[in-house]
Design a protein around this ligand. Structure first.
Ligand code: GDP
Ligand code: MN
Length: 388
């Protein structure tokens, strides 16, 4: 789960990580008012969307007057921001973060994430901050340093010093960095984060370190036990279809292709997508209806798949292990009637009561194609999608 920058910065504050002075605004007038309250000579207006790369596309604007703050706020609010981290539709800008401008001497990079290979939380740091870390890693990997934290020992002072030297920090800054890293580590564990990224972590002309940007991802499997984090969820920043799917206990991810896929089991769903691709097609989605699915779920799944107008054909691949194939077949028929499915549907059923299931699906007068094996089903659905 993602949260907004202003929310991440509130968490930073609680864990002792220094942040710029600022406040969230939802109207242009309140943006101007906040700038007035903050005082100073310059402010930054930042679009609050669940994506980075805002700076390059006008999502971060500097202002020298209250009028300019209001002007930028008016221009941003209600628009959608398209960055390299969003799709082509972008994300809605429903709120802004107004902050005092801080003079930047250097932009650094600091993040903490779970390294699956070493099964540890690892800190990644670079003196080349402010830019895309993937680019730095690719072009100048020597500019990146990492330290792994032993779960029993916790973050050690020497590890913070190692990072501080690599970042070219001096004197008091070593202590400042240690406080920031310890805060990140404590926050990471306390709230079950999966990634915390500060890009840039800035060094001001006075030598202070500040988290100018803040990005936190949380482990979806843990948010249920953190109501404070769950309360920060912003559905407007998420795919509408994926939100709806969650409500029905379906695992759904929107993709770019035109073949809708309905499968039970995540592994089978992935194998199905691979096969569709192998046969020259492109899946429109990933959808796992779950092991013990029922008619309602199958109906909701069809509704979701068909609400995507790019879908030209649907492939249903159900293995009847826990559920029986005839139950699934009735579910498919009910769904097709209820949802008024007009695109061709290729169905591959296998498992318990498969004969009864197939019998139910034949001679219905609907555009249902019962396939006897998986490879054949994939070929057929690709052909049907191409013909449409
Ligand atoms: P991102 O592009 O979405 O990652 O947004 P950031 O919050 O990282 O902002 C992008 C860039 O805007 C930063 O790298 C800075 O160069 C600049 N910026 C943001 N806040 C300030 C500020 O308070 N002062 C100055 N001088 N520049 C800022
Ligand atoms: Mn950033």
């Amino acid at each position: 789960m993602n949260i907004h920058e202003f929310q991440a910065k509130q968490l930073f504050l609680k864990f002792g990580i220094p942040i710029p002075e600022g406040k969230q605004a939802t109207t242009a007038d309140s943006a101007g008012q906040i700038a007035r309250e903050l005082g100073g000579e310059g402010w930054v207006v930042k679009a609050q969307v669940h994506a980075g790369g805002r700076g390059k596309v006008g999502g971060v604007k500097l202002a020298k007057s209250f009028a300019e703050v209001i002007e930028h706020a008016t221009a941003m609010l209600g628009k959608r921001l398209v960055t390299i981290q969003t799709d082509s539709a972008g994300l809605p800008i429903n709120s802004l973060l107004i902050e005092k401008i801080y003079p930047i001497k250097r932009e650094l990079y600091l993040s903490a994430l779970v390294d699956r290979a070493s099964e540890r939380i690892v800190f990644i740091a670079s003196a080349a901050g402010g830019m895309d870390i993937e680019t730095v890693a690719h072009e100048t990997p020597e500019q990146i340093i990492s330290v792994q934290v032993h779960p029993a020992a916790g973050l050690q002072a020497y590890q913070c010093r190692k990072v501080a030297y690599a970042l070219g920090l001096k004197g008091q800054q070593h202590k400042s960095l240690q406080i920031i890293m310890q805060g990140m580590y404590d926050l990471f564990l306390a709230k079950d984060a999966s990634q915390i990224e500060i890009n840039p972590l800035i060094e001001t002309h006075d030598g202070d370190l500040l988290a100018l940007d803040a990005k936190i991802n949380f482990d979806d499997n843990a948010v249920a036990i953190h109501p404070d984090i769950l309360a920060m969820k912003d559905p407007a920043q998420e795919d509408a279809k994926e939100n709806e799917a969650q409500q029905f206990g379906l695992n759904y991810i929107t993709l770019e292709g035109n073949i809708g896929c309905m499968v039970n089991g995540a592994g089978l769903a992935m194998a199905t997508m691979d096969l569709v691709k192998l046969k020259g097609g492109l899946p429109a989605n990933f959808l796992d209806v779950g092991g013990g699915t029922n008619v309602e779920k199958v109906c909701e799944a069809f509704k979701l798949i068909l609400s995507d107008t790019s879908v030209k054909a649907v492939m249903v691949n159900i293995f009847g292990g826990i559920v029986k194939c005839d139950v699934i077949a009735s579910g498919i028929l009910a769904a097709i009637e209820q949802v008024h499915v007009t695109v061709p549907v290729v169905v591959r059923l296998e498992g318990t009561n498969v004969e009864q299931g197939r019998a139910l699906l034949s001679n219905t007068g609907l555009k249902i194609y019962a396939a006897d094996d998986l490879a054949h089903a994939a070929e057929q659905v690709v052909k049907l999608a191409e013909a449409a």
